[in-house]
Design a binder for this molecule. Structure first.
Ligand SMILES: Cc1ncc(C[n+]2csc(CCOP(=O)(O)OP(=O)(O)O)c2C)c(N)n1
Ligand SMILES: [Mg+2]
Length: 620
């Protein structure tokens, strides 16, 4: 056997460089490089190997969590055809990545995590940053990655790489099982040499399968769809990941079946497509939620039926509702008592077109869909142009970005009041131009996420929509964007605190306690003193970005045009009116109110809660 004597870290990088994926005859180099920060746990191993491989890019980040977010957004914006590996030192560098791993795994995004680990040799333990356990020497902080990884391994001996790496690739390229993959790399083993088989370094192409449906399940799905009088498609992220948007368009254009979208599935059809009825669920609109309430057949495509999609299991109210689920993941296909079609979305949609000739919704249903859609679009127009006196409302800010953005430009967000408003209001024009993490809804994803998305497709302008609270959690990758010359536009909505949680708190009878930015008052001892002022523009400027401030809607529109013309990351800070929010549209989200309390407002919220909760249903 021909061998190559290299260190474990050199072997790992040598392997990663040569992995490719293929789908529909197209090939891509899978790994775009490595993101991370060096410390003693990886500098001599992975760091040395990267230095020796200048053709495999290394990108320095400011926070390991942010590095994983960049990787997740990159993978999502590439429809999972490309990915990054993330390297960290041991201890805190590694645990910083755990949150990022949760986000990647919830959203089913391939990200390879390479945390450094404590010495396998053990004689010098405890090493710097090692959390010692008196009960075992076989555990390190890297065991924290287990519940947030789809595959986890620790490489105690250099030759273990040879059997671990194919498993890593199997999971990262699986359409159903992908997520974060963790290889914990003890720092001494990273630098150890071994005679690796030359075969390990050959170019290898992994086929991304388009799974075919089982014949019997497919026939049952066809039968259910044929019988459905008021069908509704719920399009989830799987539609986009499978690149099934054209097939979906064709299927619904011929059948007339309306399409509601989850956060991850938004953009499955363009906003002005006659069958597109927009956002469903807790952050849904009146058109989609009305149709869902009456639907006798729900066809879930690539959705995991998260609580925001199902409005905590209240959105489907027809007593006879049945479900057909098309999903690559068996786990999701079997949810809500559905007829499960475990297969690729595009493949199944193409076969459904052929299997359902003549299927067309009734003229009455078609008219209802059209009527609801026209009314909803009028509501969006109203919210985009409220003419709010003084500071703009958030919906006007969204409208202004939408008007400034080109059809392929991307809007990216994750947490705060924006995801709900954007789910309802953003008029997605092309697939993948709406990018939301609402699986983990992780404050701090937005700025690194925008960088990752921009790297995946530099021809798009990427707008990160960020709250003031979220900005403070993770502004630091602005530095990375400047260092790497990756321009993004960051819109910071300053509403002086956690407005979304403030509104939630008020709805639970808690008067917004602990959610707005006020100084601690000497008189009351509470956070109800003067308004806390933070200069976000000055902060952004100090990190190397251009920064613009807008006090009115007109100033904001001008700032957007200026930001578009600039070639460096630009932050626009806009003060909004927190008293004007986008309403809810017959939706609900189950957040349990205290069962007993001394507060009258909490007691009242509890009795409302008990009434509303009765609408929750089981589908078995
Ligand atoms: C990492 C993380 N911590 C806490 C939360 C809970 N949370 C959701 S939204 C939110 C407030 C966000 O504030 P901001 O970014 O200013 O947006 P706003 O609510 O004001 O629109 C919080 C604390 C979260 N989603 N992520
Ligand atoms: Mg805020």
């Amino acid at each position: 056997m021909k061998t190559r004597r290299v260190t474990m870290a050199q072997a790992l990088i040598g392997f990663l460089k040569n992995q490719y994926v293929e789908r529909d005859g197209e090939q891509h180099q899978f790994f775009a490089g490595v993101l991370g920060i060096f410390g003693h746990g990886n500098v001599a191993g992975i760091g040395q190997a990267l230095q020796q491989n200048p053709d495999f890019p290394y990108i320095m980040v400011r926070n390991e969590q942010a590095g994983v977010h960049i990787a997740s957004a990159f993978a999502k914006a590439s429809n999972r055809m490309r990915a990054f590996a993330c390297t960290s030192s041991i201890g805190p560098g590694a645990t910083n990545m755990v949150t990022g791993a949760g986000l990647a795994t919830v959203n089913r995004l391939p990200v390879l995590l390479l945390p450094g680990d404590i010495f396998a040799r053990r004689n010098v333990a405890p090493v710097l940053q090692q959390v010692e356990l008196p009960t075992t020497q076989d555990t390190s902080v890297n065991d924290c990655f287990k519940p947030v990884s789809r595959y986890w391994d620790r490489i105690y001996r250099p030759e273990q790489l040879i059997t671990s790496l194919p498993e890593v690739m199997r999971v990262l390229t699986s359409p159903s099982d992908c997520g974060a993959v963790t290889l914990a790399l003890p720092q001494d083993v990273q630098a150890e040499a071994y005679d690796y088989p030359e075969e390990l370094f050959r170019k290898r192409v992994w086929l991304i399968r388009r799974g075919q449906p089982d014949q019997v399940s497919f026939a049952r799905a066809v039968e259910a769809i044929r019988a459905g009088k008021k069908p509704l498609i719920v399009a989830g992220g799987g539609v986009l990941m499978s690149e099934a948007t054209a097939a979906l368009d064709k299927f619904v254009a011929t059948t007339g079946i309306p399409v509601a979208e989850t956060q991850a599935g938004k953009g499955s059809l363009p906003w002005n497509h006659p069958q597109e009825v927009g956002a469903i669920g807790s952050t849904g609109n009146l058109a989609a939620n009305h149709l869902a309430a009456a639907a006798d057949l729900v066809i879930g495509i690539g959705t995991r039926y998260a609580d925001f999609t199902s409005a905590s299991m209240t959105v489907f109210q027809n007593p006879d509702v049945r479900f057909v689920n098309i999903n690559t993941a068996e786990f999701d296909a079997y949810k809500v008592g559905a007829v499960p079609v475990v297969a690729d979305a595009r493949t199944v949609l193409e076969q459904l077109i052929a299997a359902l000739p003549g299927k067309r919704v009734s003229a009455e249903y078609a008219a209802q869909i059209n009527d609801l859609k026209v009314k909803w679009e009028a509501e969006v127009d109203r919210l985009f142009h409220l003419n709010n006196p003084g500071r703009p409302a958030q919906s006007e800010v969204i409208g202004a970005i939408w008007e400034a953005a080109g059809p392929r430009d991307m809007l990216l967000s994750a947490a705060g009041s924006h995801p709900g408003d954007l789910h309802k209001l953003w008029r997605t024009r092309t697939p993948n131009s709406y990018h939301m993490d609402y699986g983990f809804s992780c404050m701090g994803y937005e700025i690194p996420g925008a960088i990752g998305a921009k790297m995946a497709d530099p021809t798009r302008e990427v707008y990160a929509f960020v709250g003031d609270g979220t900005y403070l959690m993770m502004p630091t990758e602005i530095v990375t964007s400047v260092q790497e010359g990756i321009k993004v536009i960051i819109v910071v909505v300053d509403n002086h605190g956690y407005a979304s949680i403030g509104a939630l708190s008020r709805s639970l009878g808690e008067a917004g306690f602990g959610t707005s930015y006020h100084l601690r008052s000497k008189a009351s001892g509470q956070l109800d003193g003067e308004c806390l002022k933070v200069d976000y523009a000055a902060n952004a400027r100090s990190l190397g970005a251009n920064a613009l401030k807008a006090a009115t809607l007109d100033e904001f529109k001008k700032a957007l045009e200026e930001a578009k013309a600039l070639d460096r990351t630009t932050v626009i800070v806009v003060d909004t009116d927190p008293s004007v929010s986008v309403p809810g549209y017959e939706s609900w989200w189950d957040v349990v109110v205290a069962e007993v309390s001394e507060s009258e407002s909490v007691q009242k919220a509890r009795s409302n809660y008990e009434v509303a909760q009765k609408r929750e249903r089981y589908f078995v």
